[in-house]
Design a protein. Sequence first.
Length: 520
Amino acid sequence: MSSSSFEYDYIVIGGGSGSVSSAKRAAQLYNKKVAIIEGNRWGGTCVNVGCVPKKIMFQAATIYETLLHDSKYYAFDGMDHVTKETVRLDWHKMKDKRDKYITRLNNIYLNGLKNAGIDVFEGWASFVDPHTVSIALDHENEQDKGTPNKTKTITGDKILIATGGKPMVPAGDSSDGILENTITSDGFFELDQQPKKVVVVGAGYISVELAGVLNALGSETHLVLRKHKALRSFDEEISDFLDGEMVKQGIIIHRNTNGVAKVTKDEATGLKTVLTVSGETIEGADVVLMAPGRVPNVDGLQLQAAGVAQDPKKQIILVDEYQNTNVPNVFAVGDVCGNVELTPMAIAAGRRLADRIFSTDPQYQNVAKTSYENVPTVVFSHPPIGTCGLTEEEAIAKYGSDNIKIYKSTFVNLYFSMFEMEPSEKPKTLAKLICAGVEEKVVGLQMIGMAADEVMQGFGVAMKMGATKADFDATIAIHPTAAEEIVTMGTWGTSPLYSGAKVSPLMGAPAGEPTLKSKM
């Protein structure tokens, strides 16, 4: 039971990954009385319209590419006759299978909360004051039998806001036709049929991923960029590499358009015409998908009633490094804060927050927090991108160009060894190690190409532990893999061996001796 004068020790607003992980931690590990509120499907963006269904579609596209393009090179009989006409994805069937899987995940999330002893409210929350939340119930809840479609008010000692983000809807008026004639990234997962021709608007990872999936599955795909290329905040070589690959794969890129000015619809055919600000016209699109980014999902929360401060421009909830808002005992984690908008980041932040505010252990109490440095992440583009730490440009800004060293490798994955084409034409992988200081600490790892998504996790551990180039050199490569390129860059064994590298005496230098150089 709650030890305070409030009904709950902890009220959690939102049913996504960050909120669920924090709620379950508080209830199961610290025996707190917890309530959680969600008006949409359980699991949040990641489960319903993000990571999970997106990866399923990425995998479908990858399989299609393998069947259509790659299998013939591995001497499978009959594959010379595989064409876009003979092998096509049954989009409707795929959607049905995918939706059933997502529904299963929704129920797993919901049942997990109930099994943890958490009071679950399915409805929409809004603040009354810093300790009171009003819930517009969607339907009858277990805690309120016989009161469907009613409003309930609950109180809590501490409240967490973890309502995530939502697609940004471009500002406009009824004359530009954008709102009524386009869909958002959420709408992509509602499509019942694969579009023959699609226009994707945006330069971020969402637009790049969805454009890659649609193009790989055979849709004529146009990517509309406001400026000259996509993923401009990524390492410049990585974004340039992806740009070249997208062009090679057949994505039609419209550059420096300054955005979309107007979208019209032919009522007879249903086809759309896109007019860009720069004056370009793209006609005959089945679907126009607007993916300019995401914004905090805070509409209706009545944050002003609790006095919670937001960034006046971006509308993100302002928090410190401990996830504290400006209001005591009101916290926020995840995409609603606008800092490293990734599902695992929200999970980690939610758990550490529960540790800090509920644990009596000195190692957690008042000091537990999540680090936002060296967070490995992946873009499921075609080909995929894996990244951890700083870009080359960020490293130069932080350490100075004289204090960093770059190691690079561009290679052909063995998968493409059987492809009957000139080596220069085969798909490539690019990997970069960005090192800082005389000890060559690895401060950035950038990779684009086949398997980059799976490679990055393990190296993220090494970077979190402060690995140097010498540590990477001292690691035996796994052959033949794409990952081995990361531990074999440069002239092998010539990196300075500092005590941080923990080199074994058997490798030619006693562990712990500083400034020794390898002679291997």
